[in-house]
Design a protein around this ligand. Structure first.
Ligand code: ADP
Ligand code: NA
Length: 332
């Protein structure tokens, strides 16, 4: 009985990658005319779970907003806002901190990966991150969350929190949100190591394509990307044991809006020496208009700030009554 509504967020933690573009931004833009209300958030409260230089955080938040707009997300069709400007996120997160169980949080692989061996010294916020993410989503009664594979476990936790809240208070107040993980590039991998996801936090810049990379940088990173010596197969099955090859073909498929099998019909039998230049030409053709537009927007920070302020007002109109009702259910 919940009206379909989409929510998703990206951290302004500096630099957007091709993984963010294909796993998130491009998909948001592609689904824009579905008629479903969509809400997209720069999740700065999530970013500060690890140290962020204040001036860089401000800049990264604007750059992320520029990335959304340049990727084709129209602020007149979707709500674009910055998390910290809607205080209801932190308020609902506290309630969810009291619903979620320690054991649930300890099982999160992102927590284990990011805290590493030094858990004692990780921030409490990093541990509680998934409860804030649940608040982001449920504050809007969002029914669908388009994300990359890496967020699947957090989405399951969001569902667990909604179920436990509803059970504890004997209500059917929060929806059981569906993750939407689809397309050829739900998990874009590092160009240097086919077992790791492409990420802005990878210390090696050669491992990722940044949305702001110029044509030379893109071409050189793809040329140096790890591959194997074999030619490309003619069907997706032939990529099963070849993670690096599969990754490059997935990227090609996602950038060209084709399935992997469609791509392989054209490029099956080719060597990487021939395929890689095709891939870099495609990546440059798709990314360079976006990075040009991002650069233009970054020259107009007031324009970006105005969009985010307006988005925050729209977001609060939805969030405030849902938080008020939550407080009432809890007895506050
Ligand atoms: P990052 O992981 O780069 O720090 P976020 O955690 O802010 O970025 O993720 C923002 C969105 O981008 C999420 O939907 C996430 O699933 C998606 N995403 C991030 N990296 C990748 C990747 N390598 N492949 C596909 N999607 C990704
Ligand atoms: Na992530």
């Amino acid at each position: 009985a919940f009206t379909p509504r989409v929510f998703s967020g990206i951290q302004p933690s500096g630099g957007l990658t091709l993984g963010n573009y294909l796993g998130a931004l491009k998909r948001f833009a592609d689904s824009q005319n579905s008629g479903i209300q969509s809400i997209y958030c720069m999740v700065d409260l999530h970013a500060i779970t690890v140290w962020q230089d204040p001036a860089k955080l401000t800049r990264a938040t604007r750059e992320l907003c520029a990335g959304f707009i340049a990727s084709g997300i129209d602020p007149n069709k979707s709500i674009l806002f910055n998390q910290s400007q809607v205080p209801e996120h932190a308020q609902l997160a506290w309630i969810f901190n009291c619903v979620a169980r320690m054991g649930w949080m300890k099982r999160m692989t992102q927590w284990k990966d990011k805290a590493g061996k030094n858990q004692e010294n990780a921030s409490l916020g990093l541990f509680a991150y998934p409860a804030l993410m649940a608040a982001d989503i449920l504050l809007y009664h969002a029914t669908h969350v388009p994300v990359g594979e890496d967020q699947k476990q957090h989405l399951e936790l969001t569902r667990d929190i909604a179920i436990k809240f509803n059970n504890d208070f004997g209500v059917e107040f929060f929806p059981i949100t569906e993750p939407v993980i689809e397309g050829a590039a739900t998990r874009v991998m590092s160009l240097r190591d086919g077992s790791k996801k492409m990420s802005k936090s990878d210390p090696s810049d050669m491992s990722r394509i940044n949305m702001t990379d110029d044509a030379d940088a893109i071409a050189s990173k793809i040329r140096k990307a790890r591959t194997d010596p074999d030619a490309l197969p003619s069907e997706a099955k032939g990529l099963e044991e070849r993670p690096e090859a599969r990754n490059l073909v997935n990227i090609y498929a996602a950038l060209s809006d084709q399935t992997v099998d469609q791509v392989l019909t054209d490029v099956g039998g080719k060597q990487f020496s021939e395929f890689k230049p095709m891939l870099s030409d495609l990546a440059v053709a798709k990314l360079s208009p976006i990075s040009t537009e991002m650069a233009r927007l970054m020259e107009a920070p007031d324009e970006i700030d105005a969009i985010l302020r307006h988005g925050a007002t729209q977001a609060r109109e939805i969030a405030a009554p849902i938080l008020a009702k939550t407080y009432e259910i809890v007895g506050m």
